[in-house]
Design a protein around this ligand. Structure first.
Ligand code: G6P
Length: 461
């Protein structure tokens, strides 16, 4: 098989589904990345290399919606050491400002190298002569260099979806130089923010010793690697049209009724992750009730926490802490049939998410650190009538674009309370002014534009 455009990502863009008769099939996963890339991939004999999410034995490639999906098998130990370990218990906390303490284990690093090698070999196998290969995210940072050695004819891009940390933090990594050299296998390394790109260039100069100039790294063999920011976005139109869908509109109404028709619905939707600041935000909300700023009849907080990485210790602990807090708040401040917090540990289809966004007056997105945060953008896209208010952490990449949000420092509980209250009391005119400006921003910057600008920059190289 020979593909002209190859995407390499930790996960395939499909989920396994089991039908009523017991047969298994695949369904496209909800993410915007796949919908943005699908048209270009269909037009370019595209192939997507990724893990199925299970403990599979070798599987043959298969076709879905006109692209070839190439599964990479991971053993149970590899899932533990490469995915849960090095990716999500070393790199994830380290790249998110040490919100949690990263663990460094040499066996995890070895598994990470082995699995990256396997992904790179698959890409080398399926890519056509001179093809473009686009490697995604922190789980696969060694792939660009391995792939370049195997296939020097390829054009290689890499995109990091999470923050790239300041030099002082990155330098803790025992394998810092190897990771930088892995990324330098790419022609273009993309980041969410200009700051991430600058951190990378500075580290390359410091730790690898290459010459750098602005966004360029000059390698000893004459090759140039560029590091630039490409802030990711969502499929804006899809969310807008979902939000206008009649079924979604009436579901949104039903949700408010089920909540007892409070005057104000606050909403948080996050993967259950310690970077998201869920605990601090719920405390801030509960203190506002406790202080008498509003009552449980006036306001309710709906918190959707999507299960994630449940076998990693720090995720388990955090889940316990949040659930204990929710229990305490509801026990202390709730009235019969009126819990202040409606907590849902579950994932929902996109239609239900759109209905929740439509039902919410104030969306609260308060991560301690976040590469972008697409939930904030999805909420804005769904407010087609320009109502609603967004409370947003200044430490989310999205804050650079959604400047009309009520910006907060999530470490500052009083500041967060003040901004939640400001959003709560804001006049309709004030909310509309802010929302309209944010909607304009995301209607111009959607995920299709993100993908095409990255691929154009890579091609122009
Ligand atoms: C973040 C990462 C993605 C990852 C997603 C879900 O958005 O940037 O690479 O796929 O979280 O996490 P999971 O571990 O379930 O793939």
């Amino acid at each position: 098989m020979s593909a002209d455009l190859v995407v390499v990502a930790n996960r395939l863009p499909v989920d396994r589904v089991v039908a009523d008769d017991g047969s298994t099939g695949w369904r496209r996963s909800p993410g915007g990345l796949v919908s943005a890339l699908l048209p270009v991939m269909q037009a370019n004999h595209g192939a997507w290399i990724g893990w199925t999410g299970g403990h599979d034995r070798e599987m043959d490639p298969f076709e879905e919606e006109g692209i070839t999906l190439v599964p990479v098998a991971l053993s149970a130990t590899e899932v533990e050491e490469y995915y849960e370990g090095f990716s999500n218990d070393t790199l994830w906390p380290l790249y998110h400002d040490l919100v949690a303490k990263p663990s460094f284990h040499r066996e995890w690093w070895e598994a990470y190298q082995r699995v990256n090698q396997r992904f790179a070999e698959k890409a080398a196998e399926v890519a056509a002569q001179g093809a473009t290969v686009w490697v995604q995210d922190y789980q696969l940072q060694l792939v660009p260099a391995i792939l370049r050695t195997l296939r020097p004819d390829l054009k290689i891009g890499f995109y990091l979806h999470i923050p790239f940390p300041p030099t002082e933090l990155f330098s803790q990594l025992p394998w810092r130089r190897e990771l930088l050299e892995g990324l330098l296998g790419a022609d273009l390394v993309g980041f969410q923010m200009p700051g991430g790109a600058a951190n990378f260039v500075r580290l390359v100069k410091q730790r690898v010793g290459h010459r750098t100039h602005r966004d360029r790294v000059q390698l000893p063999d004459g090759r140039i690697v560029r590091a630039q920011a490409f802030p990711i976005s969502i499929d804006t139109q899809r969310y807008e049209s979902l939000a206008r869908d009649e079924a979604v509109v009436s579901r949104a109404q039903e949700i408010r009724e089920q909540l007892g028709n409070p005057a104000t619905v606050f909403l948080g939707i996050d993967r259950l992750d310690y970077t998201k600041g869920i605990y601090a935000r719920l405390r801030a909300f509960s203190e506002l009730i406790h202080d008498g700023e509003f009552s449980v009849e006036d306001a309710v907080f709906v918190q959707v926490a999507t299960p994630s990485r449940e076998r990693v210790d720090q995720y388990r602990q955090m889940r316990d802490e949040i659930e204990r807090l929710v229990g305490r708040i509801n026990g202390d401040l709730g009235r019969l049939g009126r819990p202040p917090i409606s907590y849902l540990h579950s994932s929902y289809p996109i239609e239900e998410m759109a209905a929740l966004y439509r039902a919410a007056d104030v969306m609260v997105v308060t991560p301690f650190r976040d590469g972008m945060n697409l939930v904030a953008k999805e909420y804005v896209a769904c407010r087609t009538d320009n109502t609603g208010a967004l409370v947003l952490s200044e430490f989310a990449g999205a804050a650079a674009e959604l400047r009309q949000a009520y910006l907060v420092n999530p470490y500052d509980i009083n500041g967060m309370k003040a901004q939640m209250l400001a959003a709560y009391h804001a006049s309709a005119a004030e909310r509309t002014k802010r929302m309209r400006a944010m909607r304009r921003t995301i209607s111009q910057h959607d995920v299709a534009r993100w993908a095409s600008s990255f691929l154009r920059a890579l091609k122009a190289y």
